[in-house]
Structures are given as C-alpha cells and as structure tokens.
Design a protein around this ligand. Structure first.
Ligand code: SAH
Ligand code: CA
Length: 229
C-alpha cells in the first residue's frame, strides 16, 4: 500500500495514514482492504487517503445519485455506499463481475447492497445506454472514474451530460505513480501507455472551461472536477 504514496517521504505518508486515515476508516472498508490484499491485482484498489477525500466530497455535496466506473473488489463503491443516504443510489459499472463478487459479501454484511445497481459491461457502452434515456441526463450528483485510462476523455464527455450542473466528477490515478514527470525511457514498459494517456488527459482537462478542477496528490493522484455549465 505504501508504495502508492506520491509524497517524497514514505514516513510522512505512513504518518497521514496512521494518524488521520486508518483510525477513521469504517470497519467494513478495513475488512475489504484486507481481503483485497490477497487479490492478484490488489494495487488497483483506491488508496485509503484518496478514499477519505472522496468521502469528504460526497458529504459536502450531499450526494444521493452517483455513478462509478471501475469497481474492482469495491473499495470506492463501499465507501460511497456507506456515505450516501439510505435511499441513495449508485450505478456501478465494471466489465469484471468476478472482482465485484469477490468483495460483495463484505458489502452485503455492511447492509448497503440495496443502494447499488451493478452493471456488468464495457463502460462506454453502459454510458451510451444510459444516455439513450433523456431522463438520465443532468440527473447525477457525483461520478467516480477509475477504469481504463485511455477512455477517460470519452468518459468525461459522456459524464458531463449525466451529472447535474454543480455536480462533481473525480478521476483516479491522474499522476500515474509519478511517471507523468519521468522521461519515457526511464518508465517500466507496463506503465508507459497509462503514462501517455494520463499526460494527455491532464492537458485536456486543464483547458476544459466546462469545469473547475483541482489536481490533488493523494493516493495515486486524483482530479476533482465540478461541472460549471
Ligand atoms: N475503484 C476500484 C478500483 C478499480 S480498478 C477500487 O476502489 O477498488 C479498475 C477496474 O476497471 C477493473 O476492475 C477493470 O475491470 C475495470 N475496467 C477497465 N476497463 C474497463 C472498461 N472499458 N469498462 C468497464 N470496466 C473496465
Ligand atoms: Ca485506481
């Protein structure tokens, strides 16, 4: 977990986690984090410090209707489900149902499964499907995007139609392990495509006048966007 931190000092990252994040992390989230640590792709899960900021954003917004692209075993999904009100809704999209089901027993025990509609699908197809119904436009308070980096720009375009003016979209991994500032030849091969997509997406967002943005170095970097018009 610690190697995901982008701070120069691992001690400082550990200090933040141990002082401010872990003591306030809900028990079901701790449990999900523990079982996910045994999953081969465990590094994909949302970092707990980023999760804490997402929880803050959800509660500042009083978010009730949300969408998530990229569920994996459900850390950010469970965090969202625990934060929104009992009649809140989350559309959770992932093409990998198995990973979702890996964490589902924890979600069920936490008593929040009724807020979740899981959609097993390619995310672009699922978003297009939602957009076919005009009733879904401008209807969501919050979106969290944590899937294939090459499609972030397209997700942005479609999500801006689904969320309300004043709504928030949060993108994960927008510093891509810090590789965005490394020369390409010094980056390991498996990180190269994501690095390139992330650099392009960050440059694109910086010029998008439909949103306010804040690029925050928690977890693996998140970018918070507020829809302005
Ligand atoms: N938010 C999760 C981590 C998501 S990891 C957590 O907190 O644990 C990325 C997920 O995106 C994976 O589960 C992967 O199956 C999914 N994904 C990648 N590309 C996708 C696509 N095109 N459509 C739908 N899901 C996709
Ligand atoms: Ca992520």
């Amino acid at each position: 977990m610690l190697e995901k931190g982008l701070l120069k000092s691992e001690e400082l990252y550990k200090y933040i986690l141990e002082t401010s994040v872990y003591p306030r992390e809900a028990e079901p989230l701790k449990e999900l984090r523990a079982i996910t640590a045994n999953h081969p792709n465990c590094l994909m899960a949302t970092a707990p410090d980023a999760g804490q900021l997402i929880r803050m954003v959800l509660s500042l917004l009083n978010a009730k209707r949300t969408i998530e692209i990229g569920v994996f075993t459900g850390y950010s999904l469970l965090l969202t489900a625990l934060t929104i009100p009992d009649d809140g809704k989350i559309i959770a999209i992932d093409q990998d149902r198995e990973a979702y089901e890996y964490g589902l027993p924890v979600i069920k025990r936490a008593g929040v499964e009724h807020k979740i509609t899981f959609v097993e699908s390619d995310a672009l197809m699922a978003l297009d499907h939602l957009l076919e119904d005009n009733g879904n436009k401008n209807s969501l308070d919050f979106a969290y995007v944590d899937a294939d980096k090459k499609s972030y720009k397209k997700y942005h375009e479609k999500l801006l139609q689904l969320i309300k003016v004043g709504g928030i979209i949060v993108y994960d991994n927008t510093l891509w392990g810090g590789t965005v500032v490394m020369p390409e030849e010094s980056v390991i091969d498996r990180m190269k495509p994501g690095r390139q997509y992330t650099i392009e997406f960050n440059a694109f967002l910086a010029l998008d006048d439909q949103v306010h943005i804040s690029h925050v170095p928690v977890g693996d970097g998140i970018t918070i966007c507020k829809r302005l018009k």
